[in-house]
Design a protein around this ligand. Sequence first.
Ligand code: FAD
Length: 397
Amino acid sequence: MSTTTDVIIIGAGAAGLFCAARTAAEGRTVTVLDHANKAGKKILMSGGGRCNFTNYYIEPACYLSQNPHFCKSALSRYTQWDFIDLVSQYGIPFHEKKDGQLFCDNKSSDILEMLLEECRRAGAELQLNTSVEEVRKSDTGFTLKTSAGDYSCRSLVVATGGPSIPTLGATGFGYDLARQFGHQVFAPRAALVPFTITDQLSTLCKALSGTALPASVTCGDQVFNDDLLFTHRGLSGPAILQISSYWTQGDTVEINLLPAIDLTEAFKEAQQQKGKTHLKTWLASLTTQKFAEQWLAHHQLEDRFLAETGKKTIKALAESLHQWRVKPAGTEGYRTAEVAIGGVDTTELSSQTMESRKVPGLYFIGEVVDVTGHLGGFNFQWAWASGAAAAEALSGA
Ligand code: FAD
């Protein structure tokens, strides 16, 4: 026997739960299927456990896609202010960390509990531990064979996210389903992900592991100003995660490790005022003790009094700090990536409704779609906005 509902949503993550609650609230019967044993695992992990659920400054320019205009409609119809209203209705305390990034004061589970409560109130059914084995188009919609029995529905929403962090239940299932129905999928690659480095830099990165500095990181014509973190495996921190979305294998990244000052000018002043200070001590005052030690050693620069430090040394030091050119060996991949770039080609979806232009009744929302946000709450806002766009269409369907 098969269970029949108006709408089946595959994926009980951010986009799927949000879409389920809004669709069910409009009177549609909705079942959400997920193969995981728990809904919203990425929400729980997000924002270092505090879920950066949106950003005050949502703009289409903060999203990468082969079709940059696609995200505009959904983002303008369900905005960050709408989600902030919802969070406020639930009395969830939150704060702006920096640059408009909104985090829960307490735990990410506040957001997940809110979404689950919205689903409960609206009567959306949640069916966990359920693997979808087969999806077919029928005359009236879709039929699904699952590990929990057969389902049929008028509309099917694919909200299975991207392949990053497979241990959280992430799969490429949504891409396979899209291909099955004749959709093009842009090959995904890990984004918002730390870089790994070549052997040449490995000793330096290991020695500096845990050191964070404000940096300006450039790749092509993209620049991000934020913290950079040295790790045992290479480079991380928000500035690196952001630039990783614009980086492709073989690219060189240029890093300014002292973006707030001109080292040569600062040196001239320091040389006059503190000639008896060692170069290392002076550099430590601009960065950290550990950094100054390791950096001078790595670049084989002599640690003399500033008064005795020559122009050549300062030129080399300034260049190394202001224009540090790094050719990453790669990225840490899906194991640690926050998102995947690529996904279902948006030219084959309606930007108003997220519905397939090829298969009526089939919808794609959230990260499975070729829309990827910058770090800072942009990806969740896309999950809410694309989920809301589909819900609006499903409610009227
Ligand atoms: P997901 O939330 O990934 O949900 C997909 C769901 O589909 C999952 O429940 C999964 O189990 C299910 N699924 C997958 N395959 C199948 C299948 N074959 N059958 C059945 N179910 C399936 N973004 C932000 O904006 N702010 C942050 O603070 C933030 N922090 C992050 C931290 C980490 C560690 C990670 C990994 C990501 C973070 N992100 C953040 C990105 C954000 O989590 C995602 O962009 C967002 O969760 C995408 O929502 P989604 O609903 O499309 O997919």
